[in-house]
Design a protein around this ligand. Structure first.
Ligand SMILES: Nc1ncnc2c1ncn2[C@@H]1O[C@H](COP(=O)(O)OP(=O)(O)OP(=O)(O)O)[C@@H](O)[C@H]1O
Length: 258
């Protein structure tokens, strides 16, 4: 069981967006998808989310061809947080998160209990009744993450569940970056598979089981953080001098760019 893309190639017009890209998102594992701006990370995430047609290669979800699943079934096992979510209507925080429950035919009391649970996990309980448009940028980002958590909160009998998160921590302060990734990690311990696009390599090294490096539309390296976070690779990919030293207190590398 896994969510996987195999040898995916995607052209838009004359531009190659993905070149022979393969990735496996395994239940119980967290992958950080990293690499410079324009590398193709969001494009790969959109392919895995079913947003693109017209690519070559294979997509599969829990041992079935991806298109075996209808969109209602897929929505119960695959939660997607895009890089940007626009919403201007004055729904309350609670109502926005409740939208994550739409694919489920479960009772209102159960759905409200899930909403309450996820709001607590992203530290938004105190804002549950506030109008979404009046929130700060980081609060809005946490609302959308809570909505996606609510969407794939429980096992629905369709096999392992997956998260695809595009830069889930980009607007978050230091404390909430860690809080949010701890929640994602906690769900992977319960068997969910997660793929998160991250720019902060140290956050990625702290939480991810595997790093997948993309550059110029293709996968350049993949493996455990200590395997792939090598100064030569990073300096080449990011075109800047990068050092990697042992972290002073944790068993992981520390990346320092200059
Ligand atoms: N629909 C499209 N038509 C043409 N070019 C596109 C299209 N979508 C993406 N691109 C281009 O493909 C490249 C990869 O874009 P993508 O959004 O996947 O990058 P990314 O790795 O997520 O970057 P970032 O870290 O900046 O978010 C970029 O150069 C982008 O301009």
């Amino acid at each position: 069981m896994k969510l996987s893309a195999t040898r995916v190639n995607l052209m838009v017009g004359t531009k190659r967006l993905l070149s022979d890209v393969s990735i496996d998102v395994q239940p119980g594992k967290m992958i950080a998808l990293v690499g410079p701006n324009g590398a193709g990370k969001s494009t790969l995430l959109k392919v895995l989310a079913g947003e693109y047609t017209g690519f070559s290669g294979e997509l599969s979800l829990n041992r079935e061809r991806y298109h075996h699943w209808n969109s209602a079934q897929r929505a119960r096992i695959l939660g997607v947080l895009p890089q940007q979510s626009s919403l201007n209507f004055p729904f309350s925080v609670e109502e926005v998160v409740l939208m994550g429950r739409l694919p489920h035919l479960t009772s209102t009391p159960h759905n409200m209990a899930v909403v309450s649970d996820v709001l607590e996990r992203v530290d938004l309980t105190h804002l549950a009744n506030q109008a979404y448009p009046s929130l700060s940028g980081g609060e809005k980002q946490r609302v959308h993450l809570a909505r996606v958590l609510a969407q794939v909160w429980e096992d629905t009998g369709l096999g392992p569940r997956y998260f695809l998160l595009d830069e889930p921590t980009s607007a978050l302060d230091l404390c909430h970056q860690h809080q949010v990734l701890r929640q994602v990690k906690e769900l992977t311990r319960q068997g969910v598979g997660a793929l998160a696009v991250l720019h902060d390599l140290n956050l990625a090294a702290s939480y991810a089981d595997e790093l997948v490096f993309m550059d110029q539309a293709s996968v350049q390296a993949k493996g455990q953080p200590q395997e792939v976070l090598q100064p030569a690779l990073l300096s080449r990919i990011y075109n800047t001098v990068v050092d990697v030293i042992p972290h002073p207190t944790q068993a992981r590398p520390l990346v320092i760019a200059s």
